[in-house]
Design a binder for this molecule. Structure first.
Ligand code: THU
Length: 134
């Protein structure tokens, strides 16, 4: 595995250990490499009011934004599953906001094996406000 991807995997795994998921018991970690080449990570955070739960990917991206970086170079997400973990629809839209269409998203299983797709493959159409509506 390439060093840069390995770095993302280690950061995502570390964040996964911090997941707050007492309701689903499904622990997820995510890491994004920003345009500044720094790695930002996040875990899923659940809530007794289930709909308030926030996914690991969005928490990682929001940490990147709060640090002042707005460009995503690469994303990696990992869960405790035998299947490769694809980002949910809401996270795809949030990833697309800050990534180019060719940006890679690595979807990993519990063993750390990954399947890779581009943002365009994951979300061929995304909602966008046209400039004159803002
Ligand atoms: N979850 C993520 O954090 N990322 C995903 O890509 C899929 C789902 C979380 C949300 C919830 O805490 C748990 O996994 C079960 O859906």
């Amino acid at each position: 595995m390439a060093d840069r991807k390995k770095e993302l995997l280690l950061a995502a795994r570390k964040a996964q250990e911090k997941a707050y998921a007492p309701y689903s018991n499904f622990h997820v970690g995510a890491a994004v490499r920003g345009g500044d080449n720094r790695i930002y990570s996040g875990c899923n955070v659940e809530n007794a009011s289930y709909g308030l739960t926030c996914c690991a990917e969005r928490n990682a991206i929001f940490a990147m934004i709060a640090a002042g970086e707005q460009r995503i170079r690469e994303v990696l997400v990992i869960g405790d599953s035998s299947e490769f973990l694809p980002p949910c629809g809401a996270c795809r839209q949030v990833i697309a906001e800050f990534a180019a269409r060719g940006t890679k998203v690595h979807m990993c299983n519990g063993k750390g094996e990954c399947r890779t797709a581009t943002v365009r493959e994951l979300l061929p159409f995304r909602f966008q406000l046209s400039k004159d509506e803002t």
